[in-house]
Design a protein around this ligand. Structure first.
Ligand code: ZN
Length: 674
């Protein structure tokens, strides 16, 4: 799906090892910076770790921008109940019952049954329902039915839903051969079979404008009436979920006068009109206006967006994010883009493979100000919208990375013990702690802004000549470009790194990750499959082998554990330069055999003994596989007339506290929505 880079979500290390962002980042750092009192890690329960993210730069925004964000984040809050109900028709009733028990419980809070109950409730909050947010399976309560009945009255129907493992097993069922609509617990269809739903929407599509089709079904529940007819119950201000949508619209209207330009006001108007009418052509107009509105610093997503929750991929779950451009990061990428030609001219690749005229790309980095609906608490680190294929083809899309969330994942990994466990010694730990954050970001920037855009194919070379090896080679090319230049004095000159030592942190990260730590993401016995991972292995193993004679890098065994020791950083840079030249040659000439030989020799196989060792060491660290975020709290400061004079942001609200407050303040929907 194109809507988001959802972190692969599987786990912490996957979170930090994500795609382009990951080259350096899964080498995790330890111990918070001394001047840094903000706690990235919060509580942990079940398979979850709660984190916090910082909205740095919010204080520097204008009052108008802060006020705009304030109302938009209010609008983001009001959709929470919608998502709970979309995820399952019993969710709101169950949440209410659990919260009442949680708040009124008079017994011992250290009691095992209560503790299990608390974990269950926290998981329900996290998943916006009673099914796992990622695996989709129904939670198994660790407390007994008897215990629950001693605390509260509970209907047999709800008891069955919670305790009977045989009903509503999966939120989304994708098992081939079954009726996916009937067997999925998500609340997008009522009394409708898969065949009926498909026929209903296929007919609509067949009768529509084939060049500019709207996204049929995306904002409604499909219901079979008593007389057997199929009808769509639309999610509009006067339809299903009307109370929540009315609140969203109210806050969009309050936000509107503070919009950054006229075009953005038009975006808001179209969104309101769509929420009021449910008209999908209006939604397309809104999407076009939104995608073309690129100037403002502050931007937002608010609407029915993600279709993973519907086994047929039509119905969209509600979500919201409010964000603003990261000016610092954007400065950095602009600096690189401006100097793109210098980097191209000085790279170690053969002159015939270089671009005479190269243009750097300014990657857009944003900061999340609030996460709502299907982006909360489990979130994406990148967004790519809108969904509509023809809108994307004719009007483009917005693609951004959310810098402060990535940063939070990385910072939270400090203290996980990863660095201590895998670093060769104190010198390596110190380097990574001192420079790791700076070089991580810079690595990503160099990779994205310059690496992918550098070099050229020789004439008549087919861009797809490397076939299945193409993406690994391409990622290696971009990573090597970054690694080579991280050690260049030019970066010191441009003020992008503090000194000529900094690059060492990224070399440690690259080698340690490529040779050892990224293996934690692969099950024993499997090969490396994913292109970014293959690329990291390829680079690290090639450099290790080609530097062997000079002992540039050593694999040292200590107490049965393997460590990476870099003896000569300058020689390692030369090796990266050499491999970059070779990889560029392979790419420029379309040398399939060359690509195959490199990838198969260095990027695929794993030594099972080493693999087992790494997995065992990682398991001992006991790192939670899934993470999510607690939102900051925005408070409007008002004068006597009620005008907002400032907006403050705080980061102290606890997880349970936040969830209970959201339920109380924004719990606007009836418990049963029909
Ligand atoms: Zn890349």
């Amino acid at each position: 799906m194109k809507t988001k880079i959802k972190m692969m979500m599987v786990s912490a290390f996957i979170a930090t090892g994500m795609a382009h962002l990951g080259a350096c980042s899964s080498l995790q750092k330890d111990v918070a910076d001394s001047e840094d009192t903000f706690e990235y890690n919060d509580e942990r329960f079940a398979d979850l770790q709660m984190l916090r993210y910082k909205v740095e730069g919010f204080e520097d925004l204008t009052l108008k921008q802060k006020t705009f964000i304030y109302y938009l984040q209010e609008a983001a809050m009001w959709g929470r109940d919608i998502l709970f109900d979309q995820n399952g028709k019993y969710n709101l009733r169950i949440r209410k019952m659990l919260e009442d028990v949680y708040q009124n419980y008079q017994g011992d809070r250290d009691d095992e049954e209560f503790k299990a109950f608390e974990v269950y409730l926290k998981r329900v909050w996290f998943s916006n329902g009673i099914h796992h947010h990622y695996g989709c399976e129904k939670f198994v309560p660790g407390f007994s039915k008897e215990w629950l009945l001693a605390q509260t009255e509970c209907s047999d129907e709800i008891l069955e839903v919670i305790f009977n493992p045989d009903i509503l097993q999966k939120r989304v069922n994708l098992a081939e051969g079954e009726d996916l609509v009937l067997t999925s617990a998500s609340n997008y269809y009522e009394g409708v079979t898969q065949a009926e739903a498909e026929a209903f929407y296929n007919k609509m599509k067949a009768e529509s404008d084939t060049l500019h089709p709207v996204m049929f079904g995306m904002n409604s529940r499909l219901v079979k009436t008593a007389d057997g007819k199929l009808v769509e119950k639309k999610w509009t201000t006067n339809g299903l979920y009307g109370k929540a949508l009315t609140k969203i619209v109210e806050n969009l209207k309050k936000a509107r006068p503070f919009a950054e330009d006229e075009k953005q006001k038009e975006v808001i108007d179209l969104l309101i009109s769509y929420y009021e009418t449910g008209d999908l052509e209006t939604f397309d107009k809104y999407s076009i206006a939104w995608v073309e509105n690129t100037e403002p610093l502050v931007d937002f997503v608010n609407g029915f967006t993600e279709c993973y929750g519907d086994p047929l991929g039509l119905k969209c779950s509600w979500e919201s994010i409010v964000n603003f451009k990261d000016l610092e990061a954007t400065k950095r990428t602009e600096m690189l883009s401006k100097n793109a030609q210098w980097f191209e001219d000085h790279s170690p690749v053969a002159p015939e493979f270089k671009k005479e005229k190269v243009k750097g790309i300014t990657a857009k980095v944003i900061k999340a100000a609030i996460l709502g609906g299907d982006l909360y608490p489990s979130t994406a680190i990148g967004i790519n919208l809108p969904n509509s294929d023809w809108v994307r083809a004719e009007h483009g899309s917005k693609s951004v990375t959310i810098g402060n969330l990535t940063d939070a994942y990385n910072k939270a990994a400090k203290g996980s013990g990863m660095l201590q466990e895998f670093a060769f010694g104190q010198e390596e730990i110190d380097l990574v702690e001192k420079y790791g954050d700076v070089t991580d970001d810079l690595h990503t920037d160099l990779h994205e802004c310059l690496g992918h855009g550098s070099g050229k194919l020789l004439e008549n070379v087919d861009g797809d000549a490397l076939k299945a090896y193409g993406s690994t080679i391409e990622e290696a090319r971009a990573d090597l470009f970054a690694l080579y230049y991280l050690a260049d004095h030019k970066l010191v000159e441009l003020g992008l790194v503090p000194d000529a030592e900094a690059y060492k942190a990224s070399y440690i990260a690259q080698m340690q990750n490529g040779l050892l730590t990224q293996l934690v993401r692969i099950n024993l016995g499997n090969n490396i499959e994913e292109a970014h991972m293959r690329n990291r292995a390829l680079i690290a193993r090639w450099a290790y082998e080609h530097g062997k004679a000079d002992k540039v890098i050593e694999l040292v065994k200590r107490d049965g554990k393997t460590y990476v020791k870099i003896n000569d950083y300058e020689k390692l840079r030369e090796l990266f330069g050499k491999l970059l030249a070779e990889i560029q040659r392979v790419k420029s000439t379309g040398d399939f055999k060359g690509a195959q030989a490199l990838v198969e020799k260095y990027g695929v196989k794993i030594d099972p003994t080493l693999h087992k060792e790494i997995l065992d060491r990682y398991a001992k660290l006991n790192i939670a596989p899934y993470k999510g975020f607690i939102n900051p709290v925005y408070t409007a400061v008002r004068d006597e007339q009620g005008n907002i004079t400032d907006v403050t942001v705080s980061y102290t609200e606890g997880y349970a506290e936040q969830m209970l407050r959201y339920s109380k303040e924004y719990g606007v929907l009836p418990l049963v929505n029909e």
